[in-house]
Every structure is written in C-alpha cells, then in structure tokens.
Design a protein around this ligand. Structure first.
Ligand code: GRF
Length: 205
C-alpha cells in the first residue's frame, strides 16, 4: 500500500473527507501524516481526532515557490516514510506553490484539487472569478501537480450549477461539497494504479 501525506493550510475539509474514506476502506492507502504550513490550521485537530499523525512545517518567511522550504517538507515526509517510490502527496487547500525541485523529486505522485473547471479560473479566488464572469456551471478539478500553477494533467472534474443569486460564499460551499466526493475518488483511482498519464492527458486503464 502507498503511504499518503496530506498537505493543508486551513479548514481541512477535503483532508477530512479523504481520511474518512480511508477509514471506511474506500481507498487502499496508509494515511501516514497530515502536514500544515500554518500553526493554527483547524484541520490539524480534525486529523488527530481521526487518528492521523500531524506535523507543522511553518512557512513564515518563505514567500512563493521555495525549494529551501520544500526541503523541510521532504525531510518530514521521509520521517513518515513517504518517498518517491511508495508515497502519494495530496495538496488539499495547501496555500503554497510547490517548487519545481519538489515536483521533480516526487514526480507523478503529487495531486491537487482546484475549485474550478480548469483551465478556467486558475490561481486564487476561482469561485469569485466564476461568479463575476457569469459562467452557468463551475466545479472542481483534481489534477497532477506539475511545475505550473493548476496546470497538470487532469484526473477528474466535478460540475456544479451556478445560480443567478450565487455569491462567492454560496458557490464556494456548493463546490466544496462536490470536492469532498471527487478527491477521494481520484485518490482511489491513483492507489489502484488505474491512472495512466499520456502527455498532458490522463486515461483510465
Ligand atoms: C478548497 O476549495 C480547495 O479546492 C482549495 O482550497 C480549499 C480548501 O478547503 N485549494 P479545505 O481546507 O479542504 O476545507
């Protein structure tokens, strides 16, 4: 079984959905560690309640993509036996850009979830961008992390309707509920070895 690390910065509701799916034996993976770059991330307490070990790797003072910072992550990941050969790293609301060195080190083993139908609305405040643009549908995307921001090969997307009276908050809530279904599904496919990357596409095998 692969060793799973989940990286968070805040509420950790995606992390919770993933850890609960693991507990229910829906994902064949060993939940090794949850790492936060913020001391006060609410998700840390949730992870502990669910019996998963947690670590803080404080990112204060490290702006933008930083291999210096990411090297600290690697040493914590190694401590929990999450290596390029046996590991899976899920970014779940981890509000940092990973350095190219980190992505290269864990090549093909870093997943991310983004609250929009990529390639629309990458980066920050995707839900606000969707409301302001006036799209009728939005949703979420689970993809491999690559050297770009929200650019890696797409694994699964989930669609939600945008209502006429939606605000950033109401749309974010609806998308988040969808995220909680889609992310565990994508992780299960990965752990079962069913995802093949072909150039910038993925296919299920
Ligand atoms: C989610 O909307 C995720 O797509 C984005 O950040 C949010 C994290 O929420 N990257 P949570 O911490 O999982 O509740």
């Amino acid at each position: 079984m692969l060793n799973l690390a989940i990286l968070i910065s805040g509420g950790g509701s995606n992390m919770e959905a993933i850890l609960k799916a693991v507990k229910k034996h829906k994902i064949p993976v060993n939940p090794s560690v949850v790492i936060s770059n913020k001391q006060d991330a609410l998700g840390l307490g949730i992870a502990q309640k669910l019996g998963t070990r947690t670590e803080i790797v404080d990112s204060h003072g490290y702006k933008g993509a930083s291999w210096e910072y990411d090297k600290k992550l690697v040493s914590v990941l190694e401590k929990y036996n999450v290596h390029p050969k046996n590991g899976l790293i899920c970014l779940a609301g981890f509000m940092r850009i990973m350095s190219p060195e980190f992505i290269k080190h864990y090549k093909g083993r870093v997943l991310n979830i983004h609250p929009a139908i990529l390639p629309s609305f990458p980066g920050l405040h995707s839900q606000r961008q969707a409301v302001e643009y006036g799209v009728k549908y939005s949703g979420c995307t689970v993809h491999f992390a690559d050297e770009g921001v929200d650019t890696g090969p797409i694994i699964i997307q989930g669609i939600v309707k945008v209502h006429d009276n939606d605000t950033e908050e109401t749309l974010s809530k609806r998308i988040l509920r969808k995220e909680h279904h889609v992310y565990p599904k994508a992780i299960r496919l990965f752990c079962e070895g069913k995802i093949k990357v072909k150039g910038r596409k993925t296919v299920l095998v």
